[in-house]
Design a protein. Structure first.
Length: 89
């Protein structure tokens, strides 16, 4: 049986990014990890990943979870560095 760390090691995203997908989609981390690999295959999917984290930040702000906002900001900064938004030609 695979551990959560095994699953994360397989992914091209880090734990915070996978957690953000799971939170946004209301799905388990293992499913979010699988979903992340599909999303990274297309420019549209990368845009969706960015949107998910931004929406999570907006929700955390709305409900006053400031620590979560800070965590998500760091997660988003990492996503921007490793999987930037695609440029349009």
């Amino acid at each position: 049986m695979l551990s959560m760390q095994d699953v994360l090691d397989y992914c091209d995203l880090d734990r915070g990014e996978i957690e953000a997908i799971a939170e946004h989609q209301h799905i388990p981390m293992t499913i979010a990890a699988e979903m992340s690999e599909v999303l990274l295959c297309t420019p549209e999917g990368v845009c969706q990943l960015h949107a998910m984290i931004i929406e999570n930040m907006q929700h955390a702000l709305e409900v006053g979870h400031n620590e979560r906002v800070l965590d998500l900001m760091q997660t988003y900064e990492h996503l921007q560095r490793t999987h930037p938004l695609p440029t349009q030609h």
